[in-house]
Design a protein. Structure first.
Length: 81
């Protein structure tokens, strides 16, 4: 697991919790969204639209002492331009 405690962009709504994890100087970020307990991941994804995405992003604000734990992963990509 990867673990971090500190200042993090965190938000929540009636059916989700979310964190924004910036990369580098913060121009790019990864959003991690956890659906509410009563909603499956499949249903959450099916209901995701522009207005719900906007609500998730607008809910996020900087908070101190947030514990974020994620499974360790590696992401690779290749550009063929």
């Amino acid at each position: 697991m990867m673990s971090r405690t500190g200042k993090v962009g965190y938000g929540q709504g009636e059916n989700f919790h979310a964190v924004r994890l910036p990369y580098g100087k913060g121009k790019a970020a990864m959003y991690c969204i956890l659906p509410g307990e009563d909603e499956t991941l499949r249903d959450f994804i099916a209901s995701l639209n522009a207005s719900k995405w906007k609500a998730i992003k607008e809910s996020i604000s900087e908070r101190d002492n947030v514990l974020v734990q994620l499974p360790r992963f590696k992401l690779e990509y290749e550009s063929k331009i």
